[in-house]
Design a protein around this ligand. Structure first.
Ligand SMILES: Cc1ncc(COP(=O)(O)O)c(C=O)c1O
Length: 353
């Protein structure tokens, strides 16, 4: 048997398996000087609030938070009204991967609508209209979409705009879970205009803006584009335990990530490496892809006998074991060499299993 090549320097488990970008770590260390007032009354937070206003406009308001689940809970808690439910796709992180945190903290029902590609369409909201005004139904109050989605797909700006239009017509507000908003921005053109096209211009009300998967050690931001919803959010953040006391350390990291569009450049890189991984493995006999990658993940279907030997050589997570589908995800620090080595390892396993 041919030996496996040396494993890649990274895993393909997730973008949150990567460390923090060196510029982010430098900013974190540089912020560690002297005293600064807590809870966001520090110069780093003021500076990063300016950076978010540059991205999303002067009327946007940004609250920094600890983590993605907490950012989503804060966003939704500041949007929901009594007796509302939150509508999302069946794959949404808030529906399947937050241990019921939104339900527990919001005290509200989450409705996961069917989707084959992680995206929703306006007709699915239209079908909920009959529930509105009926006292026996939780009232569809908030639409939450994920960009890029949990299945590695990307809504176009027009798709987001038509969902926002329909949601607003029904009296709902729209949350965008942007744990991977950097990858979506890179996929849609890699400019601030691209970012605005599917957020501010499309009519999104509140964004969870991901930092951790984009290159921070920790930290996320909740960006309010709908000013009315921002007013009470500052109190809600503390209630849902997402108010960092030494906020300068979250702010300094974001400042480094947003400077000179580093967040977009890193996402462009991880997206392009997923494309390289797809190209390098798509022709291996026995391996099948439903679709080419749009962002930084690929979802190949493999014979079950390949999975354990590959995982023990270079780790990744299963996705749909019943189908033999796994997920390989690139991160900001994945290299071309990592991709080439990984593809070579898949070829060896394919040959001998
Ligand atoms: C789409 C999406 N939203 C939110 C989160 C939550 O992030 P955290 O693990 O920081 O709570 C994740 C993490 O995997 C995610 O993939």
């Amino acid at each position: 048997m041919v030996e496996m090549p040396p494993p890649p320097s990274c895993s393909f488990a997730s973008d949150n398996a990567a460390g923090a970008h060196p510029a982010v770590m430098e900013a974190l260390v540089a912020a560690n000087t002297g005293h600064a007032l807590a809870y966001g009354s520090d110069p780093w937070t003021a500076q990063v609030e300016d950076r978010f206003r540059e991205l999303f406009g002067p009327r946007s308001r940004t609250l920094l938070a600890w983590n993605g689940t907490g950012a989503n809970v804060l966003a939704l808690a500041s949007m929901i009204r009594p007796a509302d439910c939150v509508v999302a796709s069946q794959w949404a992180h808030i529906v399947v991967d937050e241990t019921g945190a939104p339900e527990r903290i919001l005290g509200a029902k989450l409705v996961g609508l069917p989707s084959t590609d992680g995206k929703l369409v306006p007709e699915q909201l239209h079908e909920l209209e009959h529930q509105i005004g009926v006292m026996h139904h939780a009232q569809p109050g908030v639409l939450s979409i994920t960009q890029s989605t949990e299945l590695g797909t990307v809504y176009t700006a027009d798709e987001v705009a038509s969902l926002c239009d329909e949601a607003h017509r029904l009296g709902m507000t729209v949350h965008l879970d942007g744990a991977r908003i950097a990858n979506a921005t890179a996929a849609l053109g890699g400019t601030v205009e691209a970012l605005r096209s599917f957020t501010v211009d499309a009519g999104v009300d509140v964004i969870s803006f991901g930092g951790t998967k984009a290159g921070l050690a920790f930290g996320e931001a909740v960006v309010y584009l709908n000013e009315a919803l921002a007013d009470r959010a500052v109190y809600i953040r503390k209630q849902v335990t997402q108010l960092p006391s030494k906020m300068r350390f979250v702010a300094a990291q974001f400042d480094a990530l947003l400077r000179d569009d580093l967040w977009i450049h890193l996402a462009e890189r991880s997206n392009s490496l997923a494309t390289r991984l797809h190209a390098a493995t798509a022709t291996i006999p026995g391996l099948h892809y439903d679709a080419a990658p749009e962002v930084n993940s690929v979802f190949p279907v493999l014979p079950p006998s390949w999975v354990a030997p590959l995982q023990s050589w270079c780790f990744f997570w299963p996705w749909d074991p019943a189908r033999g589908q796994v997920r390989w995800m690139t991160a900001w620090d994945t290299t071309e060499d990592d991709i080439d080595r990984f593809a070579a390892g898949v070829e060896v396993v394919a040959h001998y299993n």
